[in-house]
Design a protein around this ligand. Sequence first.
Ligand SMILES: [Zn+2]
Ligand SMILES: [Zn+2]
Length: 278
Amino acid sequence: MDKKHVLLNRFARKCAGAAELAAGLLYPPRCMFCGELLEPEERERMICAKCAPKLPLVGKEFCLCCGKALGLPEEELCGDCRRRREEGRGHIFDSGRSLLVYTEEVSELMARYKFLNRRDLAPRLAEMTARELRIEIRAMEARALVPVPLHPKKLAERGFDQAKLLAEELAKALNREEMRRSSAYPAGETRNDGAYTVYEMLARTRPTKPMKELDGEERTRNLAAALALAPGTVRVPGRAILEADTYTTGSTLDACAGVLKRAGVRKVFFVTAATGKD
Ligand SMILES: [Zn+2]
Ligand SMILES: [Zn+2]
């Protein structure tokens, strides 16, 4: 790297640091869960030390297919994905990653987000996802973020589309994170793979039937019948990342992946804020 670049990079980092400091004075960072003011060392995670164990990250031991936190770290797949593969009914999506393990507190956090209209949680969850999962998301080699669609009736009840908002915030956060990192690349090595963009490629055509009495595959079929390619979709990316708030059985994500694959998307991944533990 030449001297001019070194100075420019140093200057850019200083400016970013000053901006962060100013923002910190105006809006002192608070814990995403309990709202307490954060100590400087807690700011990276956005959760205070008291709440952190209740909102655990999935971390490095995860199912290579569905991204669920693994009970036994030596396994490659969780029990569910192993069974599915043995029975020849593997997931339709290729793989995915999630940020937090679904604990009682994470469930409460997600409920506040979705049902108490806490839209402010979306940029925080997205920021955290971009920091924690940036490398794995980059490895998906997809720049299209496709929100799992919400039925218009639910949208009217809730007032906002939680998956779409998360996808928009995640695209922004990932682009910011890539920019921040690119100033650290040596000159001439700056990666330019294009920006993460939200593609609203999926639409709900009708409300789904009650799912309680259906098994996994019936659920996927039930959901698939209620999903379609959004009208007006002209450009189909080769690879896409589905965005949803929570991974439960994977049925919804499989149904969405099926529609995308039939439309010509070759690889479908997903990112969610929360997931179960094996
Ligand atoms: Zn807290
Ligand atoms: Zn799995």
